[in-house]
Design a protein. Structure first.
Length: 419
């Protein structure tokens, strides 16, 4: 610790305060998860920071790569609470965690009790050594800490009633499914067209079907399961377009696109400052071809674009034109509101803006009030004709299908689209 000693009473009070905050936010919903958060000393798994910092609602970075990118961390407690509630661990269960840190394994150990078993694994020996030491320091000596590539799971301690993945995954390898019991569940931060959602899957015949999906963010998976996004730079390095799939066949067509006149379209769909709209991002990713995420380098920003989010804004590319999600402030009855719209550039700017704007309108009509998609995963051996309707995302080990059943469906069934 950066503090000379740990005040156990102060730590217990901070633990209680954090737990109460997570309950008030609706993230801790059950008594067992609440008890686990009240019991496990988070500070023992975050010796790099002060006691107060250990109990903040944020990530504690434990390792960075040579570029300064986080490659290992103690995850934010709000994300851990969300995933544990999704997974619904119970006494006596055998659980595997892909991606180690120690703290989450300790929480799971509390949830499964003495009759259960927790196995946590990581590809990085520094991470497993650290996790093993922290678990021992906190008194969790029964957790199996394994050095292995998460792509292969951990067959020596299988089968598992629960598999929980705590690194960002682009695919679902067969080992995770094979090592599950028939009634087991998989909870995984799955990346779909650049957007990550913590999805809990159950088996339905030969494929998996989601029971919940929550917005989240994690460090990316390393090893055999790693997948690199494609980056297309515009205007030098000022603007980046990140493609998880379907990158342009001829990116040179976008040369000089930002020198064209900007087209705008406004949807009339408004939200308040406190309203969540994460389903809009996933809806646009489902509904539109050429979907990507746009980012703006703040140090190089000339103001040529004004996206809704400068770090990861939904965008669409169509050959020599592109469009992105925009927002403008409005007001009604003295309450600040924000209207979604589209900015577009290129020869087909107006057409692209109207197409994206229509998708925003469809979301506002049918999906803004809590509608969530059905996400399914189908093994690579599945006949494309047997896939359900929806946006089909080809992965190495199978296909993810995102389906919206409500009125306003705009997603395409496109089995030929590959990532």
């Amino acid at each position: 610790m950066t503090e000379p000693t740990v005040d156990t009473s102060r730590a217990a009070e901070l633990r209680r305060q954090l737990t109460e905050e997570l309950k008030a936010d609706g993230l801790i919903r059950t008594d067992p998860v609440e008890k686990a958060f009240l019991t496990v000393p988070r500070e023992r798994f975050a010796p790099e920071v002060t006691l107060v910092e250990a109990y903040k609602k944020g990530v504690v970075v434990t390792k960075r790569d040579e570029h300064g990118t986080t490659i290992s961390s103690v995850s934010a407690p709000q994300i851990q609470a969300t995933m544990l509630e999704q997974a619904r661990l119970d006494q006596g269960m055998r659980v595997m965690e892909i991606g180690s840190g120690g703290y989450n394994a300790a929480l799971m150990s509390e949830l499964v009790g003495q009759d259960g078993e927790v196995t946590t694994l990581d590809i990085d020996p520094e991470v497993t050594d650290r996790a093993r030491a922290c678990l021992k320091d906190a008194g969790y000596n029964d957790v199996n800490v394994v050095l292995a590539d998460g792509e292969d799971g951990c067959p020596q301690h299988a089968p598992y009633q629960r598999v929980i993945v705590t690194v960002g995954a682009w695919d679902i390898p067969p080992a995770w499914i094979d090592q599950l019991t028939p009634d087991g569940t998989l909870t995984v931060p799955l990346r779909m067209r650049g957007l990550t959602r913590s999805v809990t899957f159950v088996r339905q015949g030969a494929h998996l079907v989601s029971t919940s999906a929550k917005i989240c963010g994690f460090v990316k998976m390393q090893g055999a399961g790693a997948h690199t996004e494609r980056l297309l730079l515009l205007r030098g390095k000022e603007i980046g377009l990140r493609f998880d799939d379907g990158e342009p066949a001829d990116p040179d067509q976008l040369d000089g696109v930002l020198d064209t006149e900007r087209a705008e379209a406004w949807s009339g769909v408004e939200i308040t400052a406190s309203e969540q709209f994460d389903t809009l991002q996933l809806w646009l990713a489902t509904a539109l071809d050429g979907f990507c995420l746009m980012s703006v380098d703040r140090a190089l920003d000339t103001g040529v674009v004004s996206p809704q989010n400068k770090l990861a804004c939904p965008a669409v590319v169509d050959r020599d034109s592109f469009a992105y999600l925009a927002v403008r402030k409005t007001e009604a009855d003295g309450v600040a509101r924000f209207e979604f719209g589209v900015h577009a550039f290129g020869p087909r700017a107006h057409e692209l803006a109207e197409s994206m704007n229509a998708a925003i309108t469809a979301w506002g009509r049918s999906h803004r009030s809590g509608s969530v998609p059905r996400i399914s995963f189908h093994p690579a051996t599945t006949d494309p004709k047997d896939l359900p309707e929806g946006r089909v995302l080809r992965k190495q080990h199978g296909s993810v299908v995102i389906s919206w059943s409500d009125e306003g469906q705009a997603a395409s069934h496109n089995p030929d689209e590959k990532e």
